[in-house]
Design a protein around this ligand. Sequence first.
Ligand SMILES: Cc1cc2nc3c(=O)[nH]c(=O)nc-3n(C[C@H](O)[C@H](O)[C@H](O)COP(=O)(O)OP(=O)(O)OC[C@H]3O[C@@H](n4cnc5c(N)ncnc54)[C@H](O)[C@@H]3O)c2cc1C
Length: 381
Amino acid sequence: MDETLNGAEQVLIAAASAFARDTIAPDAPGWEHRRVMPEDRIRRAAEAGLTGLLVSREHGGHAVSMTAMARVMEELSKADMGYAFVLVVHNNLMGAISRAGSAAQVERYLGPMKTGETLGAFLLTEPAGGSDAAAITTRAERDGDGWVLNGAKAWITSAAQADLLSVYAQTDPSLGWRGIATFLVDADTPGIVRETPYETLGAHVMGTGGFRFEDCRIGAATMLMAPGDGFKAAMAGIDIARANVAAMCCGMMRSSLDTALAYVCGRKAFGQRLGDFQGLQWQLADVATDLHASRLMAYDAAAAIDAGQSAVEAAAHAKKFATRAALAGIAQCMQAMGADGFSHDYPLARHLACAKMAQYIDGTTEIQNVVLSRALLKPYE
Ligand SMILES: Cc1cc2nc3c(=O)[nH]c(=O)nc-3n(C[C@H](O)[C@H](O)[C@H](O)COP(=O)(O)OP(=O)(O)OC[C@H]3O[C@@H](n4cnc5c(N)ncnc54)[C@H](O)[C@@H]3O)c2cc1C
């Protein structure tokens, strides 16, 4: 597949692969053990050229295709999907600023985001729910030229350390989704309270947590997307996000399969290599089949987006299938490794937690089924 990408994209994918192997993989167990984000956050990823992926060349970015973006994320997720997801969120926000930001926002934010000095976060989900995004209740009320924010956000990636928040807020509840706007707000603005990050099954490297907005006054120039446009943009980007999650699951499955294969070929039981037991061979062959199918689906969705075609169903199929395949397949690889598979000496435990997490982010498995059922039933309306 990489042969279909341009030379610059292939160089980026190789850089992501090397960065995952040499930089993320050695440090990821420690981040999880200490339950922290890296001290230098994404600065080393920025040095490796992995920021600005979706930013136009005019604004100094890489402007890669969706296929290349997904390949980069697949490579990074071989080492740690949590770290990769922090980069996805950051890159998506940079892309949104490049596409929709004012000249002042582009000038102020893209430079420090490119170097990793400023870390971005995406604030849509609220404590009362994430699936029904149009029902958010965080309010943006007019205050002279500017706005006052009140409300709460939950389950925000990078909440522990983010400097720049893209906040989705309702400007007029009577308008429903048409009232939702997006604001670019510095995290140290008075009136913003950063909650303690959550204790979760894994992926602590994401520093996931919440924010409260208590009479937080922001200027008119903070608006990134006008009422209605904010919600539409979030929904427009969702297919890309789902294709990326599917690709990231492929990275974790590949890493788990490679780890399990090396293990079963290096250990003996009952006088032969574990890898010579046909039962284990077939378990791993099933994982390989699911990985192959997941990759085809993930990159089918990415290719449709690159071709300007609708990818709504392709992305929903890919995300649903790949997240299920990853959860089951990683567990199967752990099983083939006996108790060692359960240990943090190997990356599979981290991958397993991230595979579960993948079933929530960018639309739950059930929401993929809502999307797919709607498409199935449409001809019968
Ligand atoms: C680690 C992590 C990082 C995240 N990062 C971010 C982030 O950076 N920014 C952000 O805004 N959000 C983020 N999220 C939130 C994520 O997008 C939400 O978890 C997701 O949208 C689901 O919302 P919810 O958890 O509130 O579940 P709910 O919406 O409350 O759903 C609960 C259950 O009901 C099911 N359900 C809901 N509606 C339907 C329906 N119509 N039909 C059938 N079943 C339904 C759901 O599938 C789920 O099983 C993150 C979540 C996690 C776990």
